[in-house]
Design a protein around this ligand. Structure first.
Ligand SMILES: Nc1ncnc2c1ncn2[C@@H]1O[C@H](COP(=O)(O)OP(=O)(O)OP(=O)(O)O)[C@@H](O)[C@H]1O
Ligand SMILES: [Mg+2]
Length: 367
């Protein structure tokens, strides 16, 4: 698939020193990529630079191989949908949608046809004569989306378009957006600080922190294999424990896992609540006392006390009755992630010492 949008070494630093530093990202034709990160991490700065609303200090923005840095927003082959719908209040829905086509002197019959097409896409046929004030927030945002689609942008930019809506509507609209995007093969750069929204609609997610990229990957990989402590903490619920890594294994007290990392020494082990399992083996596992069981719909969150800290565990609704407060259970982890600490070294940095046990054995064999 060809590259539609290419952002290279984009920097925009505000007088306060905040902003975005050396941000690079390629988006393929027909791909939906989400910028995700906490408030102030630079998501809007990137999006607005692509749309032409901000002048970056450095870097290049190319759409279909052509640099657009010097072009004003209206001359760029991109369109932007903002958090506030930005509809013209004194114009009807039809006029809001027809505005740019009228400027371009498109034939009336064609304008009507196109407005109809866009309204069908956002499921608001028959709303032509209404004014924005007569529409709900969700409907206004649908019109704003329709208006952006009518520009037939090569890249559609959306900055937290659903954050002003209630949870149910947000849910509905993001599903609709994903359908429209797939049907129309749209290339989209979407901004949100809602991780569930990002995980549910994106082909790829860019996790940002303080103006830098922490990880770019599919939602699944971001969730299963967070590349840094920041991502592990930011995406989904996560437990953290102290572990110790050597060249073969990572140990968490009596539990041991193959060391798939290159770390050596103290590590922070991250475990998802759904990856905590009950074991019946007295030789293995950690003792945990049930502190609290909280029903959360189709699953329950069980809070556990252990000698190694408090942990949260998810259990299926139908298994919930087995978990009684103050009971002691034995737990293990079906999968773990490990992250380095300040003094953690790299396995390759270890001095090459002979294996003393092996040497001892060899000496015995020789005798
Ligand atoms: N015009 C500006 N002047 C000075 N600082 C700015 C300006 N715009 C943004 N910033 C700062 O730059 C950083 C990044 O801002 P940006 O708006 O890109 O963040 P964001 O990730 O979109 O946050 P949010 O989720 O709150 O919308 C923030 O710390 C912000 O305070
Ligand atoms: Mg923002």
């Amino acid at each position: 698939m060809s590259i539609r949008l290419s952002i290279t070494e984009l920097s925009k630093v505000y007088p306060t020193g905040e902003g975005v530093k050396r941000f690079s990202l390629d988006i393929k034709n027909g791909e939906l990529v989400t910028l995700l990160g906490p408030s102030g991490c630079g998501k809007s700065t990137v999006l607005r630079s692509v749309g032409g609303f901000i002048d970056p200090n450095e870097g290049s923005i190319q759409i279909d191989g052509t640099e657009v840095n010097h072009l004003p927003p209206e001359k760029r082959p991109s369109a932007m949908v903002f958090q506030s719908y930005n509809l013209w209040p004194h114009m009807t829905v039809f006029d809001n949608l027809a505005f740019s086509m009228k400027l371009k002197k498109v034939k009336k019959s064609q304008i009507i046809e196109k407005v109809n097409w866009a309204l069908t896409l956002v499921q608001l046929q028959g709303y032509e004569k209404k004014y924005p004030t007569e529409l709900s927030g969700g409907q206004q945002q649908r019109i704003a989306l329709a208006r952006a689609l009518l520009l037939e942008p090569k890249v559609l930019l959306l900055d937290e378009p659903f954050s002003a809506l209630d949870a149910k509507l947000r849910h509905e609209l993001r599903e609709e957006l994903r359908e429209i995007q797939a049907k129309q093969q749209l290339t989209m750069l979407f901004v949100t600080h809602d991780q569930e929204e990002a995980l549910s609609i994106s082909d790829r997610i860019v996790v940002m922190n303080k103006g830098n990229i922490e990880q770019v990957d599919s939602p699944q990989n971001i969730y299963n294999y967070p590349a840094s402590m920041f991502v592990a903490q930011f995406i989904g619920k996560m437990n953290f424990l102290q572990g110790y890594a050597n060249s073969e294994k990572i140990s968490i007290h009596s539990l041991a896992y193959p060391n798939l990392t290159q770390y050596n020494g103290n590590v922070t082990v991250a475990v998802r609540p759904e990856d905590i399992v009950i074991v019946n083996d007295a030789e293995m596992g950690l003792d945990a006392t049930i502190e609290k069981v909280m029903m959360l719909g189709h699953y329950a969150e069980v809070s556990l006390y252990t000698d190694y800290g408090k942990l949260k565990m998810f259990v299926e609704r139908n298994e919930m009755s087995q978990f009684k407060v103050f009971d002691t259970i034995r737990i293990a982890f079906s999968t773990i992630q490990a992250f380095p600490e300040e003094n953690t070294t790299h396995i390759n940095e270890l001095p090459k010492v002979q294996n003393p046990i092996k040497e001892e054995n060899e000496r015995y064999e020789k005798v």
